[in-house]
Every structure is written in structure tokens, then in C-alpha cells.
Design a protein around this ligand. Structure first.
Ligand SMILES: Cc1cc2nc3c(=O)[nH]c(=O)nc-3n(C[C@H](O)[C@H](O)[C@H](O)COP(=O)(O)O)c2cc1C
Length: 207
């Protein structure tokens, strides 16, 4: 029990701490099996995992991420712009490998049990697989960094993902020097975590 909570609280989004060492194939199998064990709406298991090791693909993606970083930076000014300039937003070139997690809305269809009223339930399922992967990687001593500075069309084309299947996350995965104890965005003064007590409501939103 203690081990699980320890992993949950030690997990970090990693950008700067990747050592560049390879991921042990057996460990990779274990974290993918953990991801695949996630709950999913209607048992649809709508995820797939594309393991990216190619330098050419990683460099092309990294270039795209830099462009999207500039797009976001252009929306900022003053203090926020200065803060953002100091924040590293990916470890694409440094991590041992990357895993792109996708969502296939057609998987398990047409009648996906539990999704008729909430289409997003399929996407929620993919995010649970990602969280399983993230926590098991942390337990294995690896770091994970979620990169979302990309356009889905670009990544779809780069990886030859079939039409209709959405890339949900580019995850940088690999051995790390250490895990920070405070999230990067908090360390850089971008945003603070709020206390759990503020997130809890009783009976009604304002109850
Ligand atoms: C859906 C999602 C997308 C994210 N995209 C990025 C990203 O593009 N670049 C980045 O540096 N961190 C990204 N993150 C990491 C968050 O910034 C991070 O989880 C948050 O600041 C809390 O830090 P922690 O994960 O270390 O606790 C993303 C996280 C999630 C859940």
C-alpha cells in the first residue's frame, strides 16, 4: 500500500533529467502491459502504443514542437513571457525513447457500452492507460514527460497513423538522473499546486 502512494507522489513530469540511456526491453514490456491493463469504457481498450526510437522521427517531431512553442510564446507578454522562456517543455531528443499513445474511437464499436451519452469516455480510457504507464515507469525508476506541443495532423502524418485514429500523447520515456520533488512549473513560478481541500465539494458545488 505504502509503495503505491509513494510512487503516486514521487511521479513527476520529466523534461531535463533524462540521461539518454536506453530503456531495458523487459521493463518496456512491463510498463506497456501495465498501460494495457487500464480500465476502458465498454472494455473497448481503444489505445495503441507507437514506440519511437528513430532519430530522424524524433528530430522532425522536435522541430515541430519548437515551432508550436513559439506559437504559444507569441500569446504571452511581460512577466509570463519571461517565465515561459526559462521553462523546458520537452525531452524529446534526450530521452531513451518515446511512446506515442493513440485513440481509436471505432474500437469495440459501434455499440460501445457506456459511451452512448459521453463520447469523451473513450478518450478518458486512453488517459487511464497513460497514467498506468506513467506510474509503473516511475516504480521502475524511469522518468516520463508528456509533450502536447504539437498538431495532431502533423504527428499523424509523421507516424503514418490511419485516418480516424487520434494521437493523444507523445511520452518521452527513459532513465533519469533523479526526479525533482516539486513540479517544474511550480519551481519556475509559473503556477502553484492548490491544496486538495480546495478541490473537494460536499453534496453540491457550493455545498
Ligand atoms: C495532458 C497533459 C499534457 C502535458 N503537456 C506537457 C507539455 O507539452 N510539456 C511539458 O513540459 N509538460 C507537459 N505536461 C506536464 C505538466 O506540465 C505537469 O504534469 C504539471 O506541471 C504537474 O507536474 P508533475 O507532473 O511533475 O506533477 C502535460 C501534462 C498533461 C497531463
Amino acid at each position: 500500500m505504502e509503495g503505491l502512494y509513494d510512487v503516486i507522489h514521487r511521479r513527476r513530469d520529466v523534461r531535463a533529467e533524462f540521461t539518454g540511456e536506453a530503456v531495458d526491453p523487459e521493463v518496456l514490456d512491463r510498463i506497456l502491459a501495465a498501460a494495457h491493463a487500464a480500465p476502458s469504457v465498454g472494455l473497448s481498450q481503444p489505445w495503441d502504443f507507437v514506440i519511437v526510437r528513430s532519430d530522424t522521427v524524433r528530430k522532425a517531431f522536435h522541430e515541430h514542437v519548437r515551432t508550436e512553442r513559439d506559437v504559444f510564446a507569441a500569446t504571452l507578454s511581460g512577466e509570463a513571457a519571461a517565465r515561459f522562456a526559462r521553462i523546458k517543455i520537452d525531452g524529446v531528443l534526450e530521452a531513451g525513447l518515446s511512446i506515442v499513445v493513440t485513440y481509436d474511437p471505432a474500437r469495440g464499436g459501434p455499440a460501445v457500452l457506456g459511451r452512448h451519452a459521453i463520447a469523451d469516455a473513450g478518450l478518458y480510457s486512453v488517459c487511464l492507460a497513460i497514467q498506468n504507464l506513467w506510474l509503473s515507469a516511475t516504480a521502475e525508476g524511469l522518468g516520463v514527460g508528456w509533450v502536447s506541443f504539437y498538431r495532431e495532423e502533423f504527428l499523424g502524418e509523421l507516424l503514418g497513423i490511419p485516418a480516424g485514429i487520434r494521437p493523444v500523447a507523445w511520452l518521452c520515456v527513459g532513465p533519469v538522473s533523479h526526479l525533482e520533488t516539486v513540479p517544474d512549473l511550480e519551481r519556475h513560478g509559473w503556477r502553484r499546486r492548490r491544496p486538495v481541500s480546495e478541490a473537494i465539494h460536499e453534496d453540491r458545488w457550493n455545498g
